[in-house]
Design a protein around this ligand. Sequence first.
Ligand code: ADP
Ligand code: MG
Length: 681
Amino acid sequence: MLEKNLERVLQTTKRHLERLKTLGLKTVKDLILYFPRDYSDTSEFTKIIEIQTNETVAIKGRIKSLFNITTKFGKKMTRGVFYDDTGFIDVIWFNQPHLTKMLPRNQEIILMGKAKFGFGKLTLTSPSYEIPKKFEETIHSGRIAPVYHETQGISSKWLREKLKPIIDNWLEYFKDYMPEEILDEHDLIELKEAIKNVHFPESDASLLKARERLAFDELFLLQLKVLQKKWFYKNTVSGDIKAMPQTEILKECIKKLPFTLTNAQKRVLMEVIEDLKSTIPMSRLIQGDVGSGKTVIAALAALNMAKNGYQTAVMAPTEILAKQHYQTFIKMLNGFGLNIQFIAGSTTNSQKEDIIRQMKTGTVDIVIGTHALIQEGIGFKKLGLAIIDEQHRFGVKQREILRSFGTPHLLAMTATPIPRTLAITIYGDQDLSVIDEMPPDRQKILTKVVSETKRTQAYRWIDDQIKKGRQTFIICPLIDESDTIEVKSVLQEFDYLAQHVFPDLEVGFLHGKLKQEDKDKIMADFKENKISILVSTSVIEVGIDVPNATIMLIEGSERFGLAQLHQFRGRVGRGEHKSYCFLFTGKLSQEGQARLKAMEMHDSGFKLAEIDLKLRGPGEVFGLKQSGIPDLKMASLTDSVMIEKARRSAEWIISKDPYLKTYEELAAKVAELEKDIYIKD
Ligand code: ADP
Ligand code: MG
């Protein structure tokens, strides 16, 4: 019923129907679920005696007189007097002579507008009006009236007029899919009431209850979906991979590390090793700030798998990062008799063939690489563990491909410090391990927003630091338009710095368009301090480790998100020397200023993420499209209280009835959600 086409129920023109389509409104259901973006509240009528100058008011009263005149400048004007039981007020309109016929004289009507002093008197100029139908509630005035996203020809007023009868006639067909127990537990109102009140609320309180119910639904359905997915994976995917903890070997490897593990690292390692024991495939996300030491955990887990006779694949988003992991793994696992290989875009075809052959025959224990790991022709003899670094850089699909090589355990890692409530929504189908402690040897990085007037001074200071042996990163502004422009800006900046600012220093540059071998060469040179200053685009962002680099200078820093700035900053402060982060800016908005101030004040990625979320919202901060989260209309992903409530209720339902067999309507709603989800390729 609700799927009925609007053209069959709305009395309106073809043009209007076309325009509704551009708003995505085709069926009755679409229209009814087109919720207001805001409200205008004129629920209290103002008495004429109380009207203040320049105040927008709604007055209920009657017309005493109304007539058309033509001014001496030839303008058509409608003048009149309006009254209620407290007094009179003058009214004028321009160029609307039809009003003298339109507005009834012996009936209460409502005028809305601003009262101003004119002609020596308080006058209502060009007010809008509503003529209440007898015994019917008003829809535009004298109430909390909905304001919608509009498009040409489709005004809020038009929408209200069309929506009111549609809601009155069709609301009964909306079935409430929410189990009674949940409504009771959270004191939520029924769906019909919520829909009705979100459009035409009777009061502030009823609007609040309506929004609360609809917001809860969005989060609850999302939680049901992710928890159902998690349940399916844990209970229907039969794995046969079982890796017993190789405690002695792990201890030996840990003892050989040049540092001791933090307590958080130990705890997370235990959680992972414990999961690997079970034939139920692990699906775990390690969340830990930049530099919290996630790689060690990954390497130890891989060692544990190898000693149980299983292969491990490690996938990273960039070749530079994959290469670095490869080197870390080789160094850390040296002496344990493992065959570790690297595969990426730059690997030659014959090398690739050889490595893939080794992967298929089982000679390789650990293979580390980029997307090349999930390309056609890839196969494994006995893949036991798939590790994905910087998970947020990949799409769900890529994760699933890696997971399709024989249902391995899955370990994902991210440095994106999402608050827990958000993480259980975005990554709700995974178990979560948080490394919430930094290694003790880390020193604070001094961060400063630098004004343009101090630029020369900053360059001189950097020059001095470099002559003392240190190195510097310089990040060029983020440019949306195209890679080509980005490359150009890096080259320009590089030329300028190399020729005019640091003529006697080695300056290098890095951007995404360079050939892989050139990138590698530059990074290698930088690591070996053959290059003192590296000018780069944001390709430098993830995971690069150069302990001697102590200065991070970021141009156009206001164009980056806080999480990203924090990532950049994490490139320095990795060695024994004091490190610095300088933020140069373009023109700053107030919000921009506040965000960069936060960089100066905080060194915790979690804290910064929280601030960024407040200032910019989750959509901007986390690129929610990529995470598969549909647009939330009513709920906020930062409303932790409601997210927890929705989570608990969803857990309760799934634990009772994971297939939602007894909740047919709920199951249909979840299925509907599935369609909306956008998966990044
Ligand atoms: P991330 O979590 O950002 O991936 P890494 O795993 O790259 O961090 O670790 C960053 C650096 O910290 C590496 O050089 C690593 O060797 C070092 N590291 C890891 N764990 C510890 C620890 N417990 N104490 C001191 N240094 C550590
Ligand atoms: Mg890392």
